[in-house]
Write a protein that binds this ligand. Sequence first.
Ligand code: HEC
Ligand code: HEC
Length: 372
Amino acid sequence: MTRAIRVWLRALAVAWTTAAAQPLGLPPVPVPKDNPQTAAKVALGRKLFFDRRLSFNGTMSCAMCHVPEQGFTSNELATPLGFEGRSLRRNAPTVLNVAYHPLLFHDGREHTLETQVWGPLLAANEMANPSVGHVIARLRALPDYRGAFERAFDGRGATMETIGQALAAYQRSLLAGDSRFDRWRYGGEAGALTEVEQAGFRLFVGKARCAVCHTVGERTALFSDFGFHNSGVGWRRAYGAPERIRVELAPGVVTEIAARALDAVSERPQPDLGRFEVTLDPADRWAYKTPSLRNVALTAPYMHDGSLATLEDVVAFYDAGGVDNPGKSRLLAPLGLTAAERAALAAFLRSLTSRDIGRIVAGARASGNAYR
Ligand code: HEC
Ligand code: HEC
């Protein structure tokens, strides 16, 4: 066999292995050249992801806001609580399929998973570490990490770079495709979706125009253009609050009080201008990143502030054309959907849950770290 043929056969074998590992409906994972995926890095990153000792007082891990059993987000809280119960201003997004996001966070302020981790590790209301060096020193002193970084990174110990690389490698391994939708559209299984779900998909790409932003390709779909759009959710939070609020005093006893009276005794929502905070371009005020809709049935509540509780609420929000405000995306307008059409859209969204979720959650929890 000539060398050329051997090289070609090896390339083909590599192509085949990647294809086999690729869940149906998902494109190849972009992996930075200086942080190739290895089993050792993924295992180390998983241990770090669940380790509460990574927070200043040993109480918070990444997995406490990105909870595996809750779609790697937090279902109970619109905006999660971090260090010592301090509240965060935004909803925790899922980290499933986060490998595909070219920009991270709702406002896209971070560029790689490798660097993103220092956001939560250092934020005073998240894991509250006083410095990068503090985290490194702590990890170096923990006996159960002895040699772990060195083994995963060719002799390099725990550094700012390797901590980011290990956590990034783990998160890049969390691929959740192969939903019933994928089997119907990309796997040739005509019966994988019900009639109603298929009608929902036709609305999604047709009359309801969802796919303009939540894109669906010919061979794969990420359900996001990864662009930033103002749908009015952020504007409503800042300005659209009603003057009077209905309050239930006792079961069945409802009264109306002035919103200002309530504001005086409750915590004010923290200001949030979305993408504008990163670009300072007035056109980006209240624009947020289009989330992927894969596994969306598992990741309630919805939108960057968690203000919509159910998929039915989200569909009703779009049916009304979002919330009008001066900078609202021109891609949004009232849709005039019937009740049956709204139900079909919601049913379609529920068909996007990966068949692998059970395996992914079990794998996440299998790590033998006693400090979770
Ligand atoms: C206290 C809760 C909390 C903790 C702890 C936490 N996160 Fe997050 N995470 C969030 C919130 C809220 C956001 C969105 C913030 C924003 O957009 O400004 C987020 C965003 C992210 C994103 C961006 C996802 C996207 O779609 O752009 C990634 C990745 C991520 N977190 C990973 C981690 C890792 C790794 C850790 C541990 C080192 C961690 N998180 C710890 C709440 C948390
Ligand atoms: C103009 C672009 C655009 C269009 C059109 C659009 N979306 Fe969105 N979608 C977004 C953006 C941006 C967000 C995030 C908004 C935020 O966080 O405040 C979002 C959020 C969502 C969410 C919440 C996901 C989560 O994890 O929080 C769902 C569900 C959703 N859209 C479904 C739909 C459906 C169904 C349609 C069609 C009826 C649709 N979208 C049309 C841009 C769009």
